[in-house]
Design a protein around this ligand. Structure first.
Ligand SMILES: [Zn+2]
Length: 48
């Protein structure tokens, strides 16, 4: 799931939450400026 981070209030939310606000806006503060955050990828590197 792709997450977005609001530049104004700093809250993070998913694309689904953003769609609920009927637009590309922060569901918390209505700001339109946000970062797209890729999902965290946990990689385990085996130590040899
Ligand atoms: Zn916000």
């Amino acid at each position: 799931m792709v997450q977005y981070k609001c530049m104004r209030c700093g809250n993070t939310f998913t694309a689904e939450e953003m769609i609920k606000t009927l637009g590309v806006r922060c569901p918390y503060c209505d700001a339109r400026i946000m970062f797209k955050m890729p999902p965290l990828i946990v990689r385990r590197v085996k130590a040899r």
